[in-house]
Write a protein that binds this ligand. Sequence first.
Ligand SMILES: Nc1ncnc2c1ncn2[C@@H]1O[C@H](COP(=O)(O)OP(=O)(O)O)[C@@H](O)[C@H]1O
Ligand SMILES: N[C@@H](CCOP(=O)(O)O)C(=O)O
Length: 345
Amino acid sequence: MTTQTKFKITVPATSANIGPGFDVLGMAFSLYLTLDCERLPAGSALQMSYEGEGAKDVPLIAEKNLITKTALYVLSTYGITSLPPLKIHVTNPIPLGRGLGSSGSAVVAGILLANAAGELNMSKDRMLDYCLMVERHPDNVAPALFGGFVASFLRELEPEELEPSSIPRSEPTRNGAAQPPTPTVDIGHYIQLGWNQDIKAVAIIPDFEVATEDARAVLPDMYERADVIYNLQRIAVLTTALSRSPVNADLIHKAMSDKVHQPYRKHLIPGMSEMLEQITPKTVPGVVGICLSGAGPTILVLATENFDQIAASVQEIFARQPNGGIKSMYKVLDVVNDGAQTVYH
Ligand SMILES: Nc1ncnc2c1ncn2[C@@H]1O[C@H](COP(=O)(O)OP(=O)(O)O)[C@@H](O)[C@H]1O
Ligand SMILES: N[C@@H](CCOP(=O)(O)O)C(=O)O
């Protein structure tokens, strides 16, 4: 087999949870992290450059950057101790720490990078196992890998599978060196759900970050049975309702209500409670449903029309928050069926 000199890796952004589907549901968006890669002659040093979101802060040292350290972890489990000589240019339009799956996309990109650079010939199902060693919740990485609107779960992992400090966590990495663990197979399970393409995603992205780790730390360890049932009932209805035509906005809006994560995170996102209460299919034409995107702080509105006005109604609530208000921007995105890809040329 001839080794191709250049390859491009493309990974979509994602939104996870979609209301009641905490750590279960996620969708891939028409917004892509890309890595333009070129093999360099043997003995060359890694050359990494980066443009876009996070350009000022993201480290470009192989052992520190989430993309390359994930790639190094995967390669190490194949007995390869360093990245082959490569020039990598990262273009990232996914805002960091905003609930649009930037870390999940970076982890997926790292696994595809290892696969291409090391010629590992991994299947996507196997890649999902690796993703789940790094990012323990599947709802961003599964749609980023496979595309579309996805439900997923992972096998319960044994404590010893979770502990090794050599697994790069997308959330702050612990120090120490241990034998890199090769994931056991079949950790992750997923299914692509139907999606009515009339429904677009309006992502209203405020001008501050909430680290996923911090937004998970505010959640309780135990839940009331009534709250669990509340979410289970809605998630079952929601997954089918989002595939049906014509769009039943009233049903979807009600089914996107959640009692498992959003109520505990509302103090992290000023104005969120008001948005969830006031922006409905009845008050703003075109609205289908509204929720926190991932762990926030982005607000996700599913909509069929009137996207600019919908975004403006969310932005207006952010703008009148105390202490000078919160600036925000918005993106109107499609849910895309193609997940992460490597194209060789
Ligand atoms: N393209 C990238 N390259 C390197 N690191 C990244 C990239 N995207 C995200 N990260 C890392 O992930 C962190 C954000 O992850 P997280 O708090 O889970 O937020 P998000 O909701 O955006 O996934 C960033 O602070 C950074 O450390
Ligand atoms: N289910 C997770 C999803 C986190 O998504 P992100 O895009 O904010 O990283 C959670 O809600 O914690």
